[in-house]
Design a protein around this ligand. Structure first.
Ligand SMILES: *[C@@H]1O[C@H](CO)[C@@H](O)[C@H](O)[C@H]1NC(C)=O
Ligand SMILES: *[C@@H]1O[C@H](CO)[C@@H](O)[C@H](O)[C@H]1NC(C)=O
Ligand SMILES: *[C@@H]1O[C@H](CO)[C@@H](O)[C@H](O)[C@H]1NC(C)=O
Ligand SMILES: *[C@@H]1O[C@H](CO)[C@@H](O)[C@H](O)[C@H]1NC(C)=O
Ligand SMILES: *[C@@H]1O[C@H](CO)[C@@H](O)[C@H](O)[C@H]1NC(C)=O
Ligand SMILES: *[C@@H]1O[C@H](CO)[C@@H](O)[C@H](O)[C@H]1NC(C)=O
Ligand SMILES: *[C@@H]1O[C@H](CO)[C@@H](O)[C@H](O)[C@H]1NC(C)=O
Length: 455
């Protein structure tokens, strides 16, 4: 069924009481920093405030980074015995969570908190299952702007979309009921297909040939796979699935390029205020080369994943800082069009790995093109516009484009160098091992129109 007809399916649903909420957040993928990838359980008010200060020192808000998120292990051993409310560990957070949130806010930043839709969190602290209301209320009182909501110790309440939906929708409603807009980042590792059960499509604004329609969703983003680890392509038995579509064990220790494979088919399910989360970034943590981290950051950007840093932002190399502040790449991620790039082809390379071509639409009739080489050797590829513009049709395929390389600086030092005008193809592109090319394509003429066949 064409996606634009799907809203009709939900006509009856949308006439019943509203089941989901629109908190007005994540119109573009969220950007920020989270403690987990660098600190693990070793969180404290100091780690959060030092990161917040580093955001200011390095001017990261200018690029769009805004959330400072504590991951797991902020909790005291017990909830408040009288009220059942969550309590922060008084040795790690002697000032209390509200004071930490206040200080983060005073820097112009936003504060995020973590819990699990289970009896315990992954680190064995108290979880939120059965405590959704009081937890959401307490986070709102602290001044939280973001909740990362994990999936550990879920007591078997998973295995069907309905079970997962109920657990995650419960917290969604609880957050909504607080009256405070709190970005809701579902972390159920792709179990039961959150791309299917989290969005709720409403009646399109224009029923006739509606290509855009309103979407309400129980969450602003959902993780699509088991946890990332700081590695380019190593297969690890703890991340056993080859695709997430029917995966029975999401696991963890998923190498970066494996997550790109997982993301390829589900781009169609993401959009404004409901994003596929490819997991937090490892850029700067040391397990990959410069080219591999450029690939990591670029592909997360073009697939419209949240860009949540996971490195020590208080102590970054110039290379790390340069990668995470490439504003031409970030502009692709934050493009108002909100459509993840799609993989147009993928071909295996005899020596291992593969080559793949990705294409995505940006606002103002412009496009992003990505060429990815996960093989262990340099490749030469002619990028044909018949492939790039499969969706747009013949007039686009034969069109002429100004091409900008988003990993080269122009003469003024800005990212995005114009490398020339191309018709039909970008010929003979040399791409080194584990490299990526990210181009922006701008039609050189304004005469092309969308092919009617596509609408
Ligand atoms: C709660 O949901 C309603 C209905 O979608 C929405 O209008 C409102 O903005 C939401 N409020 C918050 C705080 O998320
Ligand atoms: C538990 O809640 C009560 C009532 O709000 C409060 O007086 C008390 O300080 C709280 N205890 C802890 C450990 O937060
Ligand atoms: C959410 O879960 C709580 C505790 O299990 C339950 O009392 C409540 O009815 C649930 N809310 C919804 C909307 O399902
Ligand atoms: C900063 O990072 C470098 C490695 O990049 C390390 O050698 C150094 O100890 C770090 N400094 C601090 C204060 O953590
Ligand atoms: C990093 O960049 C800063 C500012 O541009 C410069 O002063 C410093 O020398 C650079 N450090 C290295 C190791 O290149
Ligand atoms: C799109 O075009 C409008 C009108 O020319 C312009 O104001 C806007 O900056 C453009 N957006 C981008 C992302 O280029
Ligand atoms: C692009 O087209 C040329 C000419 O038809 C062909 O030789 C080449 O293999 C194509 N490139 C790819 C990556 O398919």
């Amino acid at each position: 069924m064409a996606d634009y007809l799907r809203p009709l399916l939900y006509l009856a649903l949308s006439l019943s009481p509203v089941l989901a909420h629109d908190n007005g957040l994540a119109l573009t993928p969220q950007m920020g920093w989270d403690t987990w990838n660098y600190y693990g359980c070793d969180v404290s008010e100091q780690t959060l405030l030092m990161a917040a200060q580093a955001f200011i020192t390095y001017d990261l808000p200018k690029y769009g980074y805004e959330y400072i998120i504590t991951d797991d292990c902020w909790q005291a051993p017990q909830r408040n015995a009288t009220t059942g409310a969550p309590v922060a560990d008084p040795t790690k957070f002697p000032s209390g969570m509200k004071a930490v949130a206040d200080q983060i806010h005073s820097l112009g930043l936003k504060f995020g908190v973590y819990s699990s839709a289970g009896k315990y969190t992954c680190g064995g602290h108290f979880g939120s299952l059965g405590y959704e209301q009081i937890d959401a209320q307490t986070y709102a009182e602290w001044g939280a702007d973001y909740l990362k909501y994990d999936n550990c110790y879920n007591e078997g309440l998973a295995g069907t979309p309905r079970l997962s939906y109920d657990r995650y929708a419960n917290m969604s409603f609880a957050l909504n009921a607080t009256g405070r807009p709190i970005l809701y980042s579902m972390c159920n590792w792709g179990e039961d297909g959150p791309w299917n059960f989290a969005p709720v499509y409403l009646i399109p604004a224009r029923l006739v040939r509606a290509v855009t329609y309103l979407t309400q969703t129980i969450a602003n983003s959902w993780r699509i796979s088991g946890d990332i680890y700081d590695n380019y392509n190593r297969y690890d038995e703890r991340c056993p699935c080859t695709s997430m579509i029917d995966c029975k064990l999401a696991g963890f220790h998923c190498a970066m390029t494996r997550i790109i494979d997982f993301a390829a088919p589900v781009g169609q399910k993401a959009g404004v205020n409901h994003w596929n989360d490819l997991d937090m970034l490892e850029v700067g943590n040391g397990g990959m080369t410069y080219d591999e981290y450029v690939t990591h950051f670029s592909m997360w950007a073009v697939l419209k994943s949240p860009l949540v840093l996971g490195n020590d932002v208080t102590n970054m190399t110039n290379e790390t800082l340069e990668i995470i502040t490439n504003d031409a790449i970030i502009a692709v991620n934050q493009d108002a069009n909100g459509s993840p790039a799609e993989r147009m082809w993928k071909v295996p390379v005899a020596s291992g790995g593969d080559l793949s071509l990705w294409s995505g639409s940006l606002v103002n009739n412009t496009f992003v093109i990505s060429l990815l080489n996960t093989s262990p050797e340099t490749q030469t590829v002619t990028v044909n516009f018949t492939d790039v513009f499969i969706d747009q049709g013949p007039s686009y395929q034969t069109g002429t484009y100004a091409i900008y390389d988003l990993w080269q600086r122009d003469s003024s030092g800005a990212w995005g160098k114009n490398i020339g005008t191309y018709t039909g193809a970008i010929p003979n592109v040399e791409i080194g091992l584990h490299q990526v090319r990210i181009w922006k394509a701008v039609p050189a003429t304004t005469t092309s129109k969308r092919d009617t066949a596509e609408l």
